[in-house]
Design a protein around this ligand. Sequence first.
Ligand SMILES: *Cc1c(COP(=O)(O)O)cnc(C)c1O
Length: 301
Amino acid sequence: MQLDIAGKHKVFIQTIQFSHAVNGCKTDILRLDNIHPTISGNKFFKLQLHIAKALVEGYRTIATFGGAYSNHIVAVACACREVGLQSVGIIRGEEPINKSDTLLQSASFSMQLKYVSREDFKDKEAIKNRYKEENYYWINEGGYSCLGAEGVKEICNWIDETYTDIVCAVGTGTMMAGLIAGSLPNQKVTGISVLKGATNLQKDMEALLRPSDLQKNYEVIDGYHFGGYAKHPKELIDWMNLFYQQNEVPTDIVYTSKLCYAVNDLLQKGYFKPDSKLLLIHSGGLQGNLSLPVGTLVFNT
Ligand SMILES: *Cc1c(COP(=O)(O)O)cnc(C)c1O
């Protein structure tokens, strides 16, 4: 039994236009957002080997960590339901009175939600200790892991050697690590950090790379977080609506909107060499937009 791969035929590459495209650069986007209705985009790839391992090793329950709007939490809940595993979500913060769509959906996949204060949430080992009698297969917050990166390498099967640049959003860096591992010698991987002041991000990402991959061409870029993780000022919402009107590509408020915004800005600043051929990774995550008031976006998610 493994995670259903039926959605892979829904992956496609689309050409996109940026107002600031200059220097003969071409821009395409790899649409992973439709690969699965809930285990969207990169989460599918990051989880697939964990799920396979948990099953092979005879675990019955997967446990993991995340916030109330976490794409990772709902993806784990759904993936476990699909393969017949139980799931436990350790959620940061007190139980909210009005639960987010993410939490409601996770619960609908029978995930047991355990709320932990923000303070206690910081000590993951102490939390794991509380449950040591239960034989849980633990996955790190956000799926940060070598096995996750290994699963992401598969995304490179869609990326041919004509692309000079692969550009993705970076949360934990697991996706970026997998893309670096799977990249070809002529390619550069640029990661757009969506976190504010994450000084260790590059090191954490590099910890997932093999020594030989450290020689590859890659860079993590800061400064496109729009105020911090998941912050979405009006300027970003306006940008998402404009980008949709120009390209019919829906983006999410946490990751892919900031990725596309950053690429537009970097094109203008001449970051990419003339005549580069860029492939942006649409890593999914559209469910996160459900937290916005109806009508905020011109597209449905
Ligand atoms: C989780 C997520 C990311 C971040 O992936 P990391 O491997 O944690 O860096 C990027 N995009 C979307 C849509 C996500 O849901």
